[in-house]
Design a protein around this ligand. Structure first.
Ligand SMILES: CC(C)(COP(=O)(O)OP(=O)(O)OC[C@H]1O[C@@H](n2cnc3c(N)ncnc32)[C@H](O)[C@@H]1OP(=O)(O)O)[C@@H](O)C(=O)NCCC(=O)NCCS
Length: 211
């Protein structure tokens, strides 16, 4: 779920100090059925094919589908973190284009990645309806969670020391059964429920897998 909605930022995700150090060049990920490579602006046309659909937008905030490719390009640009990682680096990102591992045309059928670093890292995803229910997003989330085992800065301040193990967060519409299942299958646990624009938003947390 996107994190730039002010209510989402303030109420859905708790604050967590940024300790992750994101490489300037993020590696691609291979899972059983998928090839996940860093998302590029040039992927906008493929992403627009599903971001422009109402049956996809129904599960997002806002529920307005993208009207043109420029809106999809703006969405891709927003995946660049606006807050620094723990090394102080700006302009990093950790979002991947989802491609079937057997598709010679390399068409982008979905996107998955870390929405932002503040107030805490959260994972987001979406896939073209032609590919719903094939286990792809469950598999993609597992790949990204595993790749999120990046170097971390040692805790320095009292607050960092007392904050406990680092977590990865997620949130989705409670009625989005597929998304709830994707998260639960990947070990995310429900931590909160809130109301947003007539929906019940469930937030989830996953302890960062140990490196
Ligand atoms: C929600 C979404 C990400 C699920 O992706 P997916 O690749 O279809 O999910 P998976 O195939 O990995 O399914 C995971 C589980 O959910 C179930 N599931 C998937 N879609 C479902 C649906 N619409 N209704 C009920 N169950 C569903 C699957 O059967 C599977 O269950 P199982 O493990 O018991 O067999 C995808 O439907 C999507 O992109 N929707 C539009 C955008 C969106 O909702 N993004 C997430 C916002 S938080």
């Amino acid at each position: 779920m996107k994190t730039d909605h002010p209510i989402v930022k303030e109420r859905i995700y708790p604050r967590q100090d940024t300790r992750v150090i994101i490489p300037a060049k993020v590696n691609s990920i291979r899972t059983r059925n998928l090839y996940l490579r860093p998302l590029e602006l040039a992927d906008a046309a493929d992403l627009f094919e599903f971001r422009s659909r109402q049956d996809v937008a129904d599960w997002l905030w806002s529920k307005i589908p993208h009207r043109n490719i420029q809106e999809t390009e703006a969405y891709i640009r927003k995946k660049i973190f606006t807050t620094p990682d723990a090394s102080g680096a700006l302009g990093r990102q950790f979002t991947f284009a989802m491609i079937s591992g057997t598709d010679p045309t390399q068409k982008v059928i979905g996107a998955v990645g870390i929405n932002g670093l503040a107030p805490s890292p959260s994972i987001g995803y979406g896939i073209h309806p032609d590919f719903w229910g094939k286990g792809f997003v469950s598999e993609a989330v597992a790949g990204v969670v595993d790749a999120w085992k990046l170097p971390r800065k040692e805790p320095e301040s009292e607050s960092e020391l007392s904050s406990g193990p680092e977590k990865l967060f997620a949130a989705c519409n409670k009625a989005n059964i597929g998304s709830v299942k994707v998260l639960q299958k990947n070990g995310f646990e429900i931590i909160n429920e809130a109301h947003l624009e007539g929906d019940t938003v469930v937030s989830f947390a996953l302890m960062r897998p140990s490196t």
